[in-house]
Ligand binder design. Structure first.
Ligand code: GDP
Length: 129
């Protein structure tokens, strides 16, 4: 997902380019405002944490670009590598967050952290598929 800060900063093309040039395919792309229920389901594992409210407010504040990326079984792992660490302060140069972000709350992208998470998250964002 390209988060609201990525759309607001005009970085969607750059983010997609960095993933697409590896040979992974974008099989579905959709721009939309995420509603609160979908956001809460997406970030359920963080419920109760101090930053949960801020996280939901942030992800629902303006349009995101939800993407399904298709490739080998470990596609999620390749995408996470291109994204870089959650905190841009420790994200390596050459990664999306390392090169383009400076805040842990506005870190431009979300990527599933396992094949199982990818299936669950895609079902949350594209329930009619
Ligand atoms: P990700 O999988 O790399 O996106 O990281 P997580 O699933 O652990 O966290 C989800 C999102 O919550 C991150 O991308 C951050 O934007 C945000 N986040 C995580 N930890 C913190 C924190 O300690 N403070 C704040 N403000 N946001 C956080």
């Amino acid at each position: 997902m390209c988060k609201p800060d990525a759309v607001e900063r005009g970085l969607v093309g750059e983010i997609i380019r960095r993933i697409e040039i590896t040979g992974l395919k974008f099989s579905r792309i959709e721009m939309r405002v995420v509603d609160e229920a979908t956001a809460k389901a997406h970030y359920a594992e963080h419920e109760g944490k101090s930053f949960f409210g801020e996280l939901i407010e942030f992800i629902t504040r303006s349009p995101v670009v939800v993407c399904e990326v298709t490739g080998p079984e470990n596609t999620w792992e390749i995408v996470r590598k291109i994204m870089g660490s959650t905190n841009p302060a420790s994200a390596a140069p050459g990664t999306i967050r390392g090169d383009l972000a400076n805040s842990i709350s506005a870190n431009l992208v979300h990527g599933s952290d396992s094949a199982e998470s990818a299936a669950r998250e895609l079902a949350n964002f594209f329930p009619s598929r």
